[in-house]
Design a protein around this ligand. Sequence first.
Ligand code: SF4
Length: 65
Amino acid sequence: MECKQEANKAKCPCTYPCSRRGLCCECVAYHRSRGELPGCYFPPEAERTYDRSIAYFVRLHQGRR
Ligand code: SF4
């Protein structure tokens, strides 16, 4: 399977300058190892805080149905 980095980059909403952008396998592994989620899990205004913690993600979604 060929790497889809360029196609993934075109759809990636992450705004942090990062060499893993578009390399979703590396991105997920990196954030998972830190107890975090990738930037694409967060809405735009939250993504721009660069807080990728699961606690922040849960706070954002508490009360949502
Ligand atoms: S979510 Fe994290 S690892 Fe993924 S591209 Fe953005 S800054 Fe890089």
